[in-house]
Design a protein around this ligand. Structure first.
Ligand code: AHM
Length: 337
């Protein structure tokens, strides 16, 4: 039975509790996470009323990737930039929706340790049909001298350098999941108090899973060894005798949230249409690779650990194979055969 006296930790309480245990911690990361959670709550309100107001549909422009920008993408991007600019823990940002980095360059921001890279609204082609979408972010410690404006090099770091990464899924409930090297924790938005509350402590990705996630529509465009592995998945028998399940929503956040919780594998290989892969290294793949590794899973481009890729430019793309440890190991066995 529901215990009304049970103390449920909010995201703020949890992050403060965490930093209190770290000697010399300044609380900057907690503040940063609180700022992102505020943006997420605002985005959530708009996502939830997308069908009611004239906010769905294209904004009439294309982003740096040449894709049409939905109005909610613009709103979400503005919210993320706004909270991080007005907060006290971020020296600058880079967004999937923007051509270049934004250096905040005021006295307080210049003193900050961190820069943030994010995809404000991933899976946005799903907005019009009410499928779960999300926000993804990675936090890096800047390498330029604090006290001065941050620089491009602060952003062009490998994913291994992330100090935290997370995502928000706007789904049947709204969840904020974030990882530091200490662990992955999930918080569900309680709309009655407007707070994210700890609902999924210490998330571990099961070492095996029953679900694989890949866009089968591109099958003919995949390389032969990828096709071979997909064939293996299609013909695999679970321990209880049934076949594996195939699920692909077209929303990476939704597919990877499920993969993280239930186990499984998510594949986004390169295609002839997208010879470098479709998904962005800095805004999508690095944050999820970090979260998945902390949770005990794995993430590879097929030839390299995602987190070890040195980015050449801000909007680099990569193929990705991510999920349960044993399934990734098997996958890499086929890809490298
Ligand atoms: P977006 O940045 O336009 O939202 O695209 C990213 C999305 C991912 O969330 C998803 O996994 C992928 O694109 C699906 O693309 P496709 O339907 O072409 O396979």
């Amino acid at each position: 039975m529901f215990d009304r006296n049970r103390q449920v930790l909010t995201l703020d309480e949890f992050t403060i509790q965490q930093y209190r245990t770290i000697p010399n911690a300044t609380g900057e990361l907690s503040t940063l996470l609180r700022d992102i959670a505020l943006a997420a709550k605002r985005i959530n309100v708009e996502v939830n009323k997308a069908g009611l107001v004239d906010i769905i549909g294209d904004a009439g422009t294309t982003n740096v990737q040449g894709e049409s920008v939905k109005k909610l993408d613009v709103y979400a991007n503005n919210q993320m930039v706004g909270v991080l600019r007005h907060g006290i823990s971020c020296a600058g940002i880079c967004s999937e929706e923007m051509d270049d980095i934004v250096v905040f360059n005021d006295e307080m921001s210049n003193k900050s340790k961190y820069v943030v890279m994010f995809d404000p609204l991933d899976g946005s082609s799903n907005i019009d049909t009410n499928v779960s979408i999300g926000t993804i972010f990675g936090v890096y410690r800047r390498i330029s001298e604090p006290g001065k404006p941050c620089q491009l090099n602060d952003f062009l770091q490998s994913g291994l350098k992330q100090v935290a990464a997370g995502y928000v899924v706007y789904g049947s409930s709204t969840m904020f999941v974030y990882a530091t090297r200490r662990g992955v924790n999930g918080f569900t938005l309680d709309p009655s108090i407007g707070e994210f509350c700890l609902s999924h402590p210490d998330i571990q990705c099961p070492a095996d899973g029953k679900i694989y996630s890949v866009n089968g529509g591109y099958f003919s465009q995949y390389k032969e060894n990828v096709k071979k592995f997909i064939n293996v998945l299609q013909n695999k028998t679970r321990q209880d005798g049934g076949p594996l399940t195939q699920r692909f929503t077209g929303s990476m956040v939704a597919d990877l949230h499920r993969t993280l919780i239930k186990g499984g594998i998510f594949l986004y290989p390169l295609t002839t249409e997208n010879p470098d892969g479709k998904l962005r290294l800095m805004y999508e793949c690095n944050p999820f690779a970090f979260i998945m590794e902390v949770a005990g899973g794995n993430a590879s481009s097929g030839s390299q650990r995602i987190l070890e890729i040195i980015p050449r430019k801000l909007h680099d793309r990569t193929p990705i194979f991510i999920g349960s440890k044993n399934m990734i190991e098997e996958c890499l066995g086929y890809l490298n055969s």
